[in-house]
Every structure is written in C-alpha cells, then in structure tokens.
Design a protein around this ligand. Structure first.
Ligand SMILES: [Zn+2]
Length: 139
C-alpha cells in the first residue's frame, strides 16, 4: 500500500492503518501535505509516501463553536495547525485540551498524532481521523 499513488484517497487508506503519511518528491525530497502527484518545489511528477513521526508543535489554533452538520454534536472543539517535526503543516483536531479554556492552549506546545475512529461519514464505514494531543498529557 505504501507504493500507491500519493492521492488524498490513499492518504485516508493509510490513515485507516494509523499511519500519518505525506507525499515526498522522488527528485528533490520536498515533503508535501496535502499529498499531491507533482512536486510543489521542482514541479516534477514523481512522489512517494513518507510516514512521519507524528511529532510537532502547535502553530495556531481555533475553537469551533458552530460546526457543520456532520460535526455539530462535537462542538465546541479545537482545530489546530500543527507544524510537523519533518516540516509540513497539517490541520487537525486538538484533543486532550479544554475548548472552554482556550487561554490554556499555548502556541509552540509539543503535540503528537493520534487516531480516532469515526463513523459519521457518508458510507457509515468507520474510518480513522487524525487528531493531535499535547505530548506530555497521558490519555
Ligand atoms: Zn521536487
């Protein structure tokens, strides 16, 4: 499966195996998220999956109070932009924090990727959702 094309659809397949992967250019090794087939740096076609450590730091975050219908029952929840240790940024939910106390969430906090099983997708098949939680907090 790691040899599959670096498409968003295959990203979800890898996520379902609890693997956080980004696209890596086979020419210049630029890492890209969301995954793509062409390099954003050297513009060549040719990418492969690279599994990342899941470690990163909070670059920014927001508290979602009014969510889309598929996420409404989860609100309020926190969405963060996480700068991954390997370079790319990803946007995902931040768990293990109190959305009612955003003043306690600090930019630069170390976080680690985790995976939550969700079933609120159109196919009703459970899928994994990428989330992050503060690295020092034990679940
Ligand atoms: Zn490249």
């Amino acid at each position: 499966m790691m040899s599959s094309e670096t498409t968003v659809q295959n990203y979800q397949v890898l996520l379902n195996e609890k693997k956080l992967c980004v696209a890596e250019c086979t020419s210049c090794h630029t890492l890209m998220f969301p995954p793509r087939l062409h390099c954003i740096s050297c513009y060549k076609r040719g990418t492969k999956w690279k599994e990342l450590s899941g470690r990163g730091k909070i670059r920014s975050f927001t508290v979602i109070h009014i969510a889309s219908s598929t996420h409404a029952e989860d609100a309020p929840f926190v969405v963060a932009i996480v700068g991954l240790k390997e370079g790319p940024s990803v946007t995902a939910r931040l768990v293990g924090v109190d959305p009612e106390k955003p003043e306690d969430i600090k930019i630069g906090t170390s976080v680690v990727a985790d995976f939550e099983e969700v079933t609120n997708n159109s196919s009703d098949q459970p899928i994994m959702r990428l989330v992050f939680h503060p690295y020092l907090v034990h679940k």
